[in-house]
Ligand binder design. Structure first.
Ligand code: 1SD
Ligand code: ZN
Length: 271
């Protein structure tokens, strides 16, 4: 049912305008990503800080990096020992468990973030996907508006590499083709790739969806206001991944077009 979707850069015949033919929710309400119009955002004094558990140290691992033909995806959920959980920040109890992180990017000439602030897109966007621990499976979580919580981090390009991404970026050469996966040389603290002092960092919150088919409206989105830097050469490593096994066609512009708000409210963390 969801096997045939793609981005326009891969093949316009299965691009975002066709997603709702494969997954009807893609044409439904509460879709992501969106532009965040800072003048329309309301501060919500009840939104507290995040409480991150396990994000400050490198968990046991190993972590597996995968090229799934749509993105580079790092599996960070390695069971009980390295359990990574967050709560607080206006999220419903009890907690959300980190499952994976992945990226959206453009081309050397164009930005590739999914969200934007006042129309400003960033070079890349990282999503850290979390599942509500009250649900037993991804399938169950996808049926509830609070099933997932995704942390979105806007990545802005700078000349120097960001050393906190170097283990991950080094792994990309081992997953150049579709369907390849490889263990990372080491794990790293999740906090090291989030904005500094992420528990207290300002953020925007809105109810939305997966940005890929089936587009289920099951995501409480957090978009951090502060970007994280990434090196120009590191961005190129993502843009060099291939979208198929053998054809040398690079995977680029793997972001969904922005979706209408349709009456939703975006709120901002206090102060
Ligand atoms: O594109 C991802 C997809 O790879 C998968 O991780 C899904 C969650 O199961 O989430 C979407 S996204 O909305 O985080 N882009
Ligand atoms: Zn994503």
């Amino acid at each position: 049912l969801e096997g045939a979707w793609c981005y326009d850069s891969q093949d316009p015949k299965c691009g975002p305008t066709h997603w709702q033919e494969m997954a009807s929710a893609c044409g439904g309400p509460a879709q992501s990503p969106i532009n965040i119009d800072l003048h329309l955002v309301q501060r919500d004094p009840t939104l507290g800080p995040f409480i991150f558990q396990g994000y400050d140290s490198a968990p046991p691992g190993p972590w597996t990096l995968e090229n799934n033909g749509h993105t580079a995806l790092l599996h960070v959920d390695t069971g009980l020992q390295g359990r990574l959980e967050m709560r607080g920040a206006g999220l419903p109890p009890p907690s959300y468990r980190a499952l994976q992180l992945h990226f959206h990017w453009g081309t050397p000439a164009s930005a590739g973030s999914e969200h934007s602030l006042d129309g400003q897109r960033s070079s890349m966007e990282m999503h850290v996907v979390h599942m509500n621990t009250r649900y037993r499976s991804m399938q169950e979580a996808l049926g509830h508006p609070d099933g997932l919580a995704v942390l979105a981090v806007l990545l802005t390009e700078q000349d120097a590499d960001n050393a906190n991404f170097s283990v991950l970026v080094s792994g990309l050469k081992n997953v150049s083709g579709l369907g390849l996966s490889a263990k990372l040389a080491s794990t790293f603290p999740l906090a090291s790739v989030l904005p500094s002092s992420a528990d207290l960092a300002p953020y925007y919150r809105y109810p939305g969806s997966l940005t890929t088919p089936g587009c289920q409206p099951a995501v409480l989105w957090t978009v951090f206001e502060d970007p994280v830097a990434i090196g120009r050469a590191q961005v190129v490593q993502f843009q060099t991944l291939l979208q198929a096994g053998s054809q040398p066609v690079p995977l680029t512009n793997n972001f969904r077009p922005q979706q209408p708000l349709r009456g939703r409210r975006v709120v901002a963390s206090p102060g």
